[in-house]
Ligand binder design. Structure first.
Ligand code: FAD
Ligand code: NAD
Length: 400
């Protein structure tokens, strides 16, 4: 009998954990496993605010896939997914195609712009390794260029972060921490640099613990960050943004962090989706397609307690991967019943640059050094889950 083919799309948090789990749950005789990814490396999206601001090397956030997965068991296809032909059980790639018996979609997300004009043309919105490199290089270029200008344009030295969600706050945390050193290295008077965080909602980090939000805002304001709260951006231009109230804010660097939507492949492939995310069945399959699992940022699940979607996070992507791998094993071995997915949210911790962070873990609120310690431990825990103690020791962050 032909061995079933499992095809995993995307080597992010969801895809990598699914692949490692499947190599342990199934023998080589039971299934072929193929992982399709744009690059031959895996990167930790949750670290990218650091290389974007220049506080960590981009190299630290990525690793060759073959250094982590058992390549005797997983075939890596380095290619770009273009479309999923679900009726034909086939995935169209930029340079070919691949058939599947079981498909796992873990292609992650892309920037949500809400149709605001100018975002892709004038703002940095790609939270990828190369996206992070682009932001860092741009910042350093702008600082170098400023001093060579005959007629200086001080607006060039202003930064706008669009959105005070966790991505925006973590990025400005890193940038504001680095700013004194950056100004000193590039001979830029510190008082000429402006850092704005512009948020549409009535609060930064909407919905998060107000005491911790206040802590974060005070800390960032003390580093020179100016918050514009309750100020939706309605247009992005080459030299700044226009707010809904008509005000203009000028800047030489605009970083976009107003949230995410599921990978465009989802809608292109004709799945029913909300903001590019498929509302999955409890066992993580796409409705109507018993052989298609959807995990991570491409999947939508509702938190029944508040009747709103769970936020797309690495924490949930990894938990989904565990359930997805077990369910594929059950289908292939015809043993056991399918598990339903229930997120187990352990908490949320966000870095603020340097040794600062905020977070809620269980019922405990953390800030400052203990929160920073916890954040590093969370980053290292993922490496441990992916590649055991060896990977965590080799590639982890010092928690101190
Ligand atoms: P990803 O990890 O994004 O992986 C998707 C993979 O698919 C990538 O390897 C990509 O290259 C590949 N891919 C995409 N399109 C294609 C294609 N067409 N063809 C082939 N390959 C493709 N969440 C937390 O829980 N905790 C945090 O602290 C946290 N911090 C964050 C910090 C930042 C700066 C950002 C941007 C996000 C953060 N998140 C955090 C959210 C978290 O990163 C995502 O929820 C998580 O990465 C989703 O995992 P995923 O497997 O769905 O997708
Ligand atoms: P988000 O949706 O959490 O936040 C986006 C913010 O942008 C919101 O506060 C929103 O009100 C604001 N916004 C939307 N439109 C706007 C506009 N026109 N003008 C100004 N502000 C606008 O998105 P995110 O911060 O990119 O995070 C994406 C996901 O990744 C979330 O699920 C988040 O929880 C997760 N994440 C987690 C961490 C962590 O746990 N440390 C870090 C980063 C991201």
């Amino acid at each position: 009998m032909k061995k079933p083919s499992i095809v995993i799309l995307g080597a992010g948090y969801g895809g990598m954990i699914t692949a490692t789990r499947l190599t342990k749950l199934l023998t080589a005789n039971e299934a072929n496993i193929t992982l399709v990814n744009k690059h031959d490396y895996h990167y930790q999206t949750t670290w990218l605010h650091e290389p974007a601001a220049g506080t960590l090397s981009a190299e630290r956030t990525r690793m060759p896939i073959k250094s982590v997965l058992n390549m005797n068991r997983v075939k890596l296809l380095q290619d770009e997914v273009v479309e999923i032909k679900k009726e034909d059980k086939k995935v169209i790639l930029k340079n070919g195609e691949v058939d599947y018996d079981y498909l796992v979609i873990g292609l992650g997300s892309e920037a949500e712009t809400f149709g605001i004009p100018g975002v892709f043309e004038h703002a940095f919105s790609k939270w990828t390794v190369n996206g992070a490199r682009e932001v860092k290089e741009h910042i350093e270029y702008i600082f170098a260029k400023y001093n060579n200008m005959e007629e200086k344009n001080d607006d060039m030295l202003s930064f706008i972060v669009a959105g005070a969600g966790f991505t925006g706050i973590e990025f400005i945390g890193e940038l504001s921490e680095r700013m004194p050193e950056l100004c000193s290295n590039y001979d830029i008077p510190r008082e000429k640099v402006k850092m704005y965080v512009i948020e549409a909602s009535p609060s930064a980090l909407p919905g998060f613990d107000p005491e911790l939000v206040e802590y974060a805002m005070n800390l960032l304001e003390n580093r020179g960050v100016e918050f514009k709260i309750n100020c939706p951006i309605k247009e992005v231009q080459a030299d700044g943004v226009i707010l809904a109230n008509g005000d203009e804010v000028k800047a030489g660097t605009i970083v976009w962090a107003t949230g995410v939507r599921g990978n465009a492949v989802i809608e292109k492939s004709g799945f029913d989706a909300m903001r590019g995310r498929i509302k999955v069945e409890p066992e993580l399959r796409a409705p109507g397609f018993e052989d298609v699992f959807v995990i991570g940022d491409c999947a939508l699940i509702i938190n029944e307690e508040i009747n709103r979607p769970y936020p797309p996070t690495a924490q949930i992507a990894m938990q989904m991967a565990d359930v997805c791998a077990e369910n594929i094993k059950s289908l292939i071995t015809k043993q056991g019943s399918l598990k339903t997915f229930k997120p187990d949210i352990k908490g949320t911790v966000a870095s603020l640059g340097g040794k600062e962070a905020i977070g809620v873990v269980g019922s405990r609120k953390l800030y400052g050094t203990p929160a920073n310690f916890m954040k590093k431990m969370i980053d290292n825990r993922y490496l441990f889950l992916l590649g055991g103690p060896g990977l965590a020791l080799k590639r982890g962050k010092s928690p101190l």
